[in-house]
Design a binder for this molecule. Structure first.
Ligand code: 1BO
Length: 272
């Protein structure tokens, strides 16, 4: 299996993102993904689907230890007295005794970061999470988190695709041995209509989405495309039988800009 390493963790290079998947449809696609060969499922408290992710996992018949499961603590549970309880609630919904990776979902300036990271490290030490990390952290926050966390951090999970330049975050991750995990890796579906990527795809007999995912994998990034469609599940994981040339890699990287973000972070806590 192709994996991306982050401070001791081996994260499968392609996973299934479950943001905005709910109910039966979520359980079914998780089950189908695992049956197709996916070994990495990403959920979060705020997605309100941890229960269904656990159902899909059990229905697939794949052994728990063969699947890399990530969940994320929402910002309203960042006070040390809340964090462990909230992690245990996630495990109860998933019906698991631990997760492979537990992330702080979004920076929360209202709680001192060192306090939250101390609590996150204790959750790991208690055996509830095999690895811990962060999500949506900027370069400055990665530096602060690495210095403050009593346990090694495994990754920063951020929005990343060809339209969004994340070079500085990638450099910060590499400096500290963190993996970068990309959410919205096909830019909420926009990549599927990208003419430049489709043109590159013609040369490799691959779709624009596969070119995009391959571009991420070749940068040693783990990508978690979301889909609720079986044919797209198949398409998204079929990216390990070809290699993009250096020239194509550079052409795709040149498409990105600092203003390419698509995620509305309006609901996340505000900095003063
Ligand atoms: C609110 C969800 C952003 C990606 O996890």
């Amino acid at each position: 299996m192709n994996v991306v390493e982050g401070n001791g963790a081996k994260i499968p290079a392609i996973g299934l993102g479950t943001w905005e998947l709910r109910g039966r449809a979520c359980a079914r696609i998780v089950e189908q993904a695992l049956r197709l060969g996916y070994r990495h499922i990403d959920t979060a408290q705020i997605y309100e689907n941890e229960r269904e992710v656990g159902e899909g996992l059990r229905a697939s018949g794949i052994k728990r230890d063969d699947v890399f499961v990530t969940t994320k603590v929402w910002t309203s549970h960042f006070k040390p007295k809340d964090l462990e309880r909230s992690a245990k609630e996630s495990l109860a919904r998933l019906r698991l005794t631990d997760v492979d990776l537990l992330l702080l979902h979004w920076p929360n300036p209202q709680v001192p970061l060192a306090d939250t990271l101390g609590a996150l490290a204790r959750v790991k030490q208690a055996g509830l999470a095999r690895h811990i990390g962060v999500s949506n952290f900027t370069v400055a926050l990665i530096e602060e988190a690495v210095a403050a966390c009593p346990e090694p951090l495994t990754c920063d999970q951020v929005e990343y695709h060809p339209y969004l330049d994340q070079a500085r975050v990638m450099e910060a991750c590499a400096r500290h041995g963190l993996a970068l995990v990309a959410y919205s890796p096909i830019a909420k579906g926009r990549i599927r209509n990208d003419r430049a990527l489709a043109r590159i795809g013609d040369r490799y007999r691959k779709t624009a989405a596969q070119i995009c995912l391959r571009w991420l994998v070749q940068q040693n990034v783990s990508a978690i495309p979301r889909t609720s469609r079986l044919e797209r599940l198949q398409e998204n994981i079929n990216v390990f039988d070809f290699e993009l040339s250096g020239e194509d890699m550079r052409e795709i990287s040149a498409m990105g800009s600092a203003s390419g973000r698509l995620t509305d972070s309006g609901f996340a806590p505000k900095w003063d």
